[in-house]
Design a protein around this ligand. Sequence first.
Ligand code: ADP
Ligand code: MG
Length: 558
Amino acid sequence: MEEKGSISIHTENIFPIIKKFLYSDNEIFLRELVSNAVDAVQKIKRLAALGQYNGELGDPLVEVALDEEKKTITISDNGLGMTAEEIKKYINQVAFSGASEFVEKFKDAKDANEIIGKFGLGFYSAFMVADLVEIQTLSFQEGAEPAKWVCDGSTSYEISAGTRTTRGTDIILHINSESEEFLSKGKLNEILDKYGKFLPVPIKFGTETQSLPDGEDEEGKPKTKEVETDHIINTTAPLWTKAPADLSDQDYLDFYKQLYPFAEDPLFWIHLNVDYPFNLTGVLYFPKVKNDFDMQRNKIKLFSRQVFITDEVKDIVPEFLMLLHGVIDSPDIPLNVSRSFLQADSNVKKINSYITKKVADKLAELFNKDRKSYEEKWSDIGLFVKYGMVSEEKFYDKAKDFALLTNTKEENFTLDEYRDKVKDAQTDKNGQLVYIYTTEPAKQDSFIQAANKKGYDVLLMNSAIDTHFVSSLEHKLEKTALKRVDSSVASKLIETDEAVESVLTEEQSATVKSVFEKAIVKPGFTVEIVGLNPDEFPVTVTMDEFMRRMKEMAQMGG
Ligand code: ADP
Ligand code: MG
């Protein structure tokens, strides 16, 4: 049985285009071929379970082998194998249709980087690194003959009798001269570790020596012997695939260490598990944050059926939760399409709101169960919560019950508690509540003290997110204004009907005021003369809340 044929496509020659587009991310060939091998092993297991295969299953195994001399990388599996007919169907037609669709879609794209790796190119990604690809395979089907397929990167292929004697498939890549970097054990280890660390079937790559106990020597000391064993690169049942009831806190902490060896222990975690209306599992961790947004971003790893895909989870995880760590695994996230499509995808939207809800529920649970320990964590989680309240309407609605406001005395209040606390002392003559806050407690200390003496409470709003948090509170809270403590003298922070006492006459005040204005004041600031009111400084330079916010906006560029 020998047959030559031509792979039917419209595009003249697909391989140069595949190479050109995927060059900078060409390591994914290994991810694709190893996933195919894993699929083949899973499929034979399923056939056996269904009673459609009654032969010996053997231990499931995928093996990656490197031959530096022959310049080949071979990916072998003991999966279901293929007959010659199936090669024609699945490799020549199915796999190729994926590749040609890719080329059709992206041959004119300007920014190749944007699409690289997002498109499951599958089997044909082998041609990014190989100039000759060979398949040796033996199907599980009774009476099947081993088959061989060879393709040199042009559109013609050759099928002939193969040499495999056991069920399964070898994919042999003859690595091209530009891709010799992959002919290195270290490089392959690195790629396998990145994409395959949690694959569900053992992946063997070379061997390793282990020291095992071997009786005692003449003096009675324990002896060891060196044994060569398979080097298995993966854990086949990672934590997120297990039932939460079977896991201890230590298991979650150990897994976190495995993901981020250098990170401090996380604060707490959420085990995600949903199978309707979409499929998703995962574990999200709340890390200890150091008030540094950018450093912490993009730590969530995205998997599809235990194959690592990317740690760019933008568009899948709500923006404010990008600060979380952990893994998300979903076969329902479309990975092979462009960004704009992702944003419109309805599964992605549902996933997004599911995660938001889960996180809010977890925070509410922590708050209700143990408020004291929740308050202790607030300095870390407050950042997420505030960020979420500012950026997601739905999250604000849930978080308003467990978000905390902290005052300069380091007391914490929920939004409702705080309203009750200050409503008597801090309602102005129009019935509007005024919350007073400080952005720099050390610098604004004299103002804080003056406000406290007036019986006003001062909130701490000194973290990176607080400028936005203040505006969103003002937006959401009914009849409430927020004023920075130094936006006016204490006696004028909240307009009341009470007269402000001064020992100076109006004329004297005006004179003093003009002297100060000429000497020290910059545009936007105001000199306030309170006179010799014992609680306050006689002359205070302030900037009005409105003026200051305008100026800040101008500085931020709108
Ligand atoms: P996909 O994996 O998305 O189906 P691929 O291009 O990766 O697309 O593979 C195309 C098809 O080739 C697979 O669906 C499968 O039927 C077949 N195939 C690829 N590799 C193997 C293998 N190692 N064993 C058995 N069949 C395989
Ligand atoms: Mg595939």
